[in-house]
Design a protein around this ligand. Sequence first.
Ligand code: IPE
Ligand code: IPE
Ligand code: MG
Length: 235
Amino acid sequence: MNELPKHIAIIMDGNGRWATERGKKRSEGHRAGGKALENIALYAKKIGIKILSVYAFSTDNFKRSQEEVDFLMNLLIYYFNEKLDRVAKEGVKIVFSGRREHLRDDVLQAMDNIVNKTKDNDACILNICLNYGGQEEIVDATLKIHEDLNNKLIKKEDLTRESYYKYLYQDLPPIDVLIRTGKEHRLSNFMLYQNTYAEIYFLDTYFPDFSEKHLNNVLDNYKNRDRRFGGVKTN
Ligand code: IPE
Ligand code: IPE
Ligand code: MG
């Protein structure tokens, strides 16, 4: 039986469809998704999950209308300043993964504030992937490695699949459980390096409806997943 996963990741998808199907504007779906995130982050901490990574905004999400991008950025600032304060007070350390370029100054400032405010928290980590792309992360890591090799800070043989994590946006352990809400069965450029042996769960539930119950179901199922990592079952 598997122990409680150390690192859970969620592709929080389906906010727009949740809203549209209820005759609401897509922005209402994002607002409801924000509430669901606050709720699930606190619950994950309560049950002892050490790391939760969430996909909040992808590099490709800039392809959306200016109105939707602006709404999302304003909502993120609101969450970092107001809502995540509660999460922060509960001892959660908040970190970000993604590129800073193309993000507005006020968004960067709100991100920096919450990172600073929670940097000494040690109950668990909430890694928010914002302006994040998995391929971009690998490209950025490659550039950092190139620099370290050039500056003779590392030797070629120092680079292994394990040491590579140090070059990613955050040096976190591999993902044990990946959940994607919202019916689609794809990765959409999310944490490609870290999901190598993740146990994947695709849920039909739209993210605003994702709750403790859904996470508990996933965790119950995960206990009995046979994680072989390329080996052969031993029991
Ligand atoms: C996920 O919900 C949130 C973000 C990508 C920011 P969507 O906005 O993708 O919702 P759907 O997939 O259109 O329903
Ligand atoms: C993935 O969802 C990104 C986030 C949840 C932030 P998308 O809605 O952007 O993915 P696609 O377009 O369906 O692949
Ligand atoms: Mg979507």
